[in-house]
Design a protein. Structure first.
Length: 127
């Protein structure tokens, strides 16, 4: 299996034993992103800022892999409070256009570093 590790300074560095993304063939597996500022590696404050930071980081990693968020076919969103789901929908409407990727949204008890939201995805590069 031929795989390429994707890394960009425009998204937070991995804080564990994982890569920002891994490309296998035309498929790119985007690791989960929480609302860390890539420059300071500190969690941004509040759900609104965290949601935006998550999608900005996913966008940066997608671009580093040679694609864009338009190439994302599946996204998983994890929230510590499903009451914030509308905020995720609002942000997704700004970062994605129709046809939207498939999505799962899951309520979780906790996320790394006390984050309120995390998202990961799968991207397919064609062409």
């Amino acid at each position: 299996m031929d795989k390429t590790i994707i890394h960009t300074p425009n998204a937070p560095a991995a804080i564990g034993t994982y890569s920002q993304a891994v490309k296998v063939g035309d498929t790119v597996y985007l690791s989960g992103q929480i609302g860390l500022d890539p420059a300071t590696m500190q969690l941004v404050e509040g759900i609104d800022a965290q949601v935006i930071r998550v999608f900005e980081s996913l966008k940066a990693v997608a671009e580093a892999a040679g694609g864009s968020l338009a190439d994302v076919v599946k996204i998983n969103v994890y929230l510590t409070d499903l009451g914030n789901f509308a905020k995720v929908n609002e942000a997704m409407a700004r970062y994605f256009s129709e046809p939207f990727p498939a999505r799962a949204a899951v309520g979780v008890a906790a996320l790394p570093r006390g984050a309120l939201v995390e998202a990961d995805g799968v991207m397919v590069l064609i062409g």
